[in-house]
Design a protein around this ligand. Structure first.
Ligand SMILES: [Fe+2]
Length: 210
């Protein structure tokens, strides 16, 4: 992908993220403030002169099945814009999970930060990410001081918060994790594929298992 093409695809993704966020998830004041901050940050985001080195990880083998989940749903345009830019993106993992979750888990999950750390556009407080977990996995209860919203693209993942039993969540509908609220995800037949927004009050600190 040449630079011109890269910039065009980035601008298309930026537009798709903004359109999606502006038309979703602004129906309660607390969440609206977070989404508003995220929207303002994306509006101001500019690509650095030096692009990051693209990288795929083993979990990327679930990418095509993940993208397919969005077809016909409320996040289809966002998924398409993401797929167009994906070859230029760098996939990462939270490496401190390896000890507790094992190699199998690490080989079946990954995410790429559009904003944040090790990201297309570095940012110290906000993370905008696309996140994949393969079928039949459990991302156990974890928490963090940052406020977070997941928007599932589709699929049959069970989403748990606090002590409630994990349940299905409809595509495009936000799952809002307030600071330190324990949460977990259980994937079934399909991968989990989610658009994620995260805002730290202070310097970034990654999630820890509870
Ligand atoms: Fe989280």
């Amino acid at each position: 992908m040449n630079r011109e093409d890269f910039i065009m695809r980035f601008e298309a993704l930026k537009g798709a993220m903004l359109t999606f966020l502006r038309t979703h998830a602004i129906d309660d004041t607390h969440r609206a403030r977070l989404v508003g901050d995220i929207v303002n940050t994306i509006e101001k985001a500019h690509l650095p002169a030096e692009p990051q080195a693209p990288r795929q990880l083993p979990g990327c083998r679930h990418l095509q099945a993940a993208l397919a989940l969005a077809r016909g749903g409320p996040m289809e345009n966002l998924a398409r814009a993401f797929a167009d830019l994906e070859p230029a993106l760098r996939w990462i993992r939270t490496e401190h999970y390896r000890e507790q979750l094992g190699d199998e888990y690490m080989n079946n999950y990954c995410y790429t930060n559009i904003l944040g750390y090790d990201a297309l556009i570095p940012h110290e407080r906000i993370i905008i990410a696309f996140f994949i977990i393969g079928p039949g996995r459990h991302y156990p209860r974890h928490h963090h001081g940052a406020e977070e919203i997941y928007f599932p693209f589709g699929g049959d993942t069970l989403w748990g918060q606090n002590d409630q039993p994990p349940c299905l969540r409809p595509p495009g509908q936000p799952i809002h994790n307030t600071p330190w609220l324990p949460h977990e995800m259980v994937t079934q037949q399909t991968p989990l594929f989610s658009f994620c927004c995260w805002k730290s009050a202070g310097p970034l600190a990654l999630a820890r298992l509870t």
